[in-house]
Design a protein around this ligand. Structure first.
Ligand code: AMP
Length: 170
């Protein structure tokens, strides 16, 4: 689902959401999350990256499946965050401890060109430039927002692109 940047509906902001899961039916959880994003008020899913498999960072447990989706949304950033948390909770997400394995993790990576720093929300996501599992899928969709030196900095991280190019529809 690459190609040129899809146009934006009136009044909408382009945002990029990071998705991850490392418990349960991981691909199904990510697919359902994309459907849930598409069902949010004033929100469209424009494109999805390939699926990636990565080893957990700073944590144990099974490998993650990760992806990034580009959305157009009329929700403001805090409303979007609240909606993502509702979707996570609906997927059975629990938070027993920091970096615990999770059925679904949704992060706002970028929200237009906004820089946000509130107690609830930091955008651009503060750790995105340290993580290959964010930068590789994001670079598929928004290469201009991922500098080559950022990709070089995460080149040693264990990550593989899955062949399943139709994962969103499949
Ligand atoms: P996590 O346990 O990784 O899902 O982290 C969730 C917490 O990170 C929530 O309490 C959010 O308020 C906070 N947070 C800060 N910035 C972001 C962001 N850009 N996207 C998602 N969650 C964020």
């Amino acid at each position: 689902m690459g190609g040129t940047e899809p146009s934006l509906p009136d009044g909408a902001t382009r945002a990029w959401i990071g998705l991850g899961a490392n418990l349960g039916e991981r691909a199904a959880a990510l697919r359902q999350a994309v459907q849930a994003l598409a069902a949010l008020p004033g929100t469209q899913v424009l494109r999805a990256s390939s699926l990636y498999r990565s080893a957990p960072v700073d944590a144990g447990g099974p490998d993650y499946l990760n992806a990034v989706v580009e959305i157009a949304t009329r929700l403001d950033a805090h409303a979007l965050l609240a909606a993502l948390q509702t979707i996570e909770n609906g997927a059975g997400r629990e938070r027993p401890y920091r970096n615990a394995p999770r059925t679904l993790d949704l992060d706002i990576l970028l929200y237009g060109d906004e820089r946000i720093a509130t107690p609830q929300l930091a955008v651009p996501h503060p750790r995105m430039f340290e993580r290959a599992f964010v930068l590789l899928p994001l670079a598929e969709l928004a290469p201009a927002r991922v500098p080559p030196e950022a990709l070089r900095a995460v080149a040693a991280q264990a990550i593989a692109r899955c062949q399943d190019s139709g994962w969103v529809k499949g």
